[in-house]
Design a protein around this ligand. Structure first.
Ligand SMILES: Cc1ncc(COP(=O)(O)O)c(C=O)c1O
Length: 404
């Protein structure tokens, strides 16, 4: 993967810790550049027909190896990113997609067929809920949602038709942490595929494939890129599902372009540094917010909570995304609180260097089966960025004056 590097040198870098590997990998010794080139291609040209056949045979023998005869299969730029992510995930392979949602779709499309059933965590990302419960229904695929805090609702809903358990951890907006080992053991006992959306923690904090999931999704739009200027997704797989995903990837053409792959690779160089700082900043903001009686923190902060225990059991750190469940009879004061923040942008997505805030309408949480919000409860989402945390806390403090 390091252009013009010997296998010995590549193995030397691969043997180092991920933090060191990230800083040294993907150098371009051919062009004497510290970063890899962006290789853009539709047509890939060969010296002769024999060379085309040779490459195609190599691709057949080694399907993870980066042999291409057409640009839709990728170029060396996408291959480098896939190799870096495969090391980070400690997986068999990583597929890269044009968006994170593309990776969600690919995971489902790879293993589920008409007549099958899917069981999903109730607080999945709401487009994932729409895709499964509404759209796939038209293809005779049934979706059932389980309560992340009561896994009997998972076990009791398994039938002979259940093909996939789709977990998102923590749950979108409510940040429920689940007992992941238990979910895997239920799946294995019943011979069911498993996928987990791991966008919140990324494999820097938790590695789903290592624990036993078949597939792990990350929206690369978020922390991988880290600079709010590119969309992408990754789907890590184990050996068991590799060929199924490879076939689905080929037939859907869901592949990331080289310019986006380059930007994501560039972002990854500092993934560890940024995530460590997001974690520290979020912890300071959480400590401040936890003193406010109107706010229940949806973040692994309070040591006596079940959420904290489940987070601690599996994760080595926490990212910058958190929820605030606010108790107030005055919804306008909640909106005023959010609108009075000066250092937080209002906008979708997260995982960039900047802080963001959103007041969540109940419909945005996907009309869940197991979540009920009382009339005087409101959800606000914060993404804690890389600003000085004292400035963020001062900003939140002045905005909180409006909360009644
Ligand atoms: C948990 C989660 N999964 C998947 C996605 C989809 O990622 P993308 O926006 O890159 O399609 C998002 C986007 O917000 C998300 O929050």
């Amino acid at each position: 993967m390091d252009i013009a590097l010997s296998p010995e040198v590549i193995n030397f870098f691969m043997s180092k810790s991920f933090k060191t590997f990230l800083k040294h990998t993907a150098k371009d010794f051919h062009n004497q550049s510290v970063n890899p080139p962006v290789v853009r291609a539709s047509t890939i040209i060969f010296k002769s027909m024999q060379h085309i056949r040779k490459t195609q045979n190599k691709a057949k023998k080694n399907p993870t190896g980066g042999h291409y005869d057409y640009g839709r299969q990728g170029t060396s730029t996408t291959h480098i990113l896939q190799k870096i992510l495969t090391k980070l995930e400690e997986s068999y392979h990583v597929f890269t997609t044009p968006t994170g949602f593309g990776a969600v779709f690919l995971s489902i499309f790879s293993v589920v067929r008409p007549g099958d059933e899917i069981i999903l965590a109730d607080p999945v990302y709401s487009p994932t809920r729409l895709l499964t419960q509404d759209y796939l229904k038209e293809f005779n695929i049934k979706s059932i949602f389980y309560n992340p805090t009561d896994l009997k609702t998972l076990e009791n809903n398994i039938t002979k038709k259940t093909k996939l358990i789709f977990v998102e951890n923590p749950g979108s907006n409510t940040f429920d942490f689940q007992d992941l080992k238990k979910i895997i053991s239920i799946a294995k006992k019943n011979n069911i595929f498993t996928a987990m959306d791991n966008t919140w923690g990324t494999p820097y904090y938790f590695k789903p494939i290592k624990l036993g999931f078949d597939m792990a999704i990350v929206s690369a739009t978020k922390y991988y890129s880290g600079h709010s200027d590119v969309m992408g997704g990754s789907l890590a797989v184990n050996k068991k599902v590799f060929s199924k995903v490879k076939a689905a990837e080929r037939i859907t053409g869901l592949r990331l372009g080289p310019d986006d792959a380059y930007l994501i690779t560039r972002g990854l160089r500092t993934l560890d540094v940024r995530l460590d700082r997001h974690r520290e900043n979020a912890k300071k903001v959480a400590a401040f917010l936890s003193r406010n009686k109107k706010i229940k923190l949806l973040y692994p902060y309070k040591k006596d909570s079940i959420n904290f225990k489940m987070w601690k059991k599996y994760y080595s750190g926490a990212s910058g995304l958190m929820g605030l469940k606010i108790k107030s009879k005055n919804i306008n004061s909640v909106k005023k609180f959010v609108n009075s923040l000066k250092l937080f942008g209002y906008g979708y997505s997260w995982g960039g260097f900047e802080s963001l805030a959103l007041h969540q309408e109940f419909r945005e949480t996907g009309n869940r089966r197991y979540m009920k919000l009382a009339k005087d409860e409101h959800l606000v989402r914060f993404h804690i960025g890389l600003e000085d945390p004292n400035d963020l806390i001062a900003d939140i403090k002045q905005a909180l004056r409006h909360l009644k």
